[in-house]
Ligand binder design. Structure first.
Ligand SMILES: [Zn+2]
Length: 275
């Protein structure tokens, strides 16, 4: 913006977001940046979401947002149609007709400093942060930090559940419940890929989302760090507060953070063990 009194446009906001989360920092398979909308439209309110789904698109319209800043790409794979009778087509038409633009910062926000895993680490009060997997751009993926005070895995599981947004599936851990955790690695989103990095780093436990049976079992059998598995949405929701606070500071407009739980798992039942 050249005139500080002028209402910023979508282009102004996206230019600033691109400076904080450069698109070239994204993984080659990723699709980030402006997805749809009008670059010249004035922005008076922004909605930050993890997922652009019908519910969060409706939320954007209901709160009067001009722009959605989303973490996950709406269109990651190529499409040959955005017909309004398709799931994504409906979202696209609804947003365009309602004058709501959509912008995505995904793996470029993961490696940024501060990035998605910094916000997750901050929620857990981790100190002395360093990247789990350093990268040439930004700071790298995941963070390792010191848990103060240390707590055993059983306590830590409850602590994580109390600090992160609640989801139906809750928080589950794998490892010795009495293991004292001093150093914790965290990664917002799916973390299977970095199990070996967490083991190499020598942390006491590793927290991420979407851990699968075989990689988790083999990691534990190899005496890797204890594992804490959290709903994907809950690991990335803390970042929305960070990007919202930054946008408010940059532009002074209204930024709403969505608390709509977009985790696909909505029911949980644990079979009671008979005495
Ligand atoms: Zn994610």
């Amino acid at each position: 913006m050249t005139d500080t009194a002028a209402v910023p446009t979508v282009r102004d906001v996206i230019d600033a977001l691109d400076r904080r989360y450069p698109r070239e920092w994204a993984e080659s398979w990723d699709r980030v940046g402006m997805v749809l909308g009008d670059f010249e439209h004035p922005v008076q309110r922004v909605l930050c979401v993890v997922d652009c789904v019908p519910e969060t698109a409706e939320e954007a319209i209901a709160v009067g947002a001009d722009l959605i800043v989303a973490h996950h790409p709406l269109l990651l794979k190529p499409v040959s149609s955005i017909a309004p009778d398709t799931y994504k087509g409906r979202i696209i038409h609804r947003l365009i007709r309602s004058d709501v633009s959509l912008y995505v910062a995904h793996t470029n926000a993961d490696v940024a400093d501060p990035g998605v895993s910094d916000a997750l680490a901050a929620r857990l009060g981790l100190r002395d942060l360093r990247p789990l997997v350093p990268s040439e751009s930004g700071r790298g993926l995941g963070r390792i930090g010191v848990l103060a005070p240390p707590m055993d895995l059983s306590e830590l599981t409850g602590f994580v559940a109390s600090r992160l947004p609640a989801t139906a599936a809750g928080v589950r851990s794998a490892g010795d419940p009495s293991l004292v955790v001093r150093t914790l690695a965290v990664c917002g989103g799916a973390g299977d890929t970095f199990l070996a990095d967490a083991a190499r780093a020598g942390v006491d436990a590793y927290l991420c989302a979407d851990l699968r049976h075989h990689p988790a079992s083999e990691h534990l059998a190899g005496e890797g760090p204890a594992l804490i598995d959290v709903a994907h949405w809950a690991t990335e929701r803390p970042w929305l507060d960070d990007v919202a606070a930054w946008l408010r500071g940059e532009f002074g407009f209204d930024v709403v953070v969505s608390d709509l739980d977009t985790d696909p798992w909505t029911l949980f039942h644990k079979k009671e063990t008979l005495p």
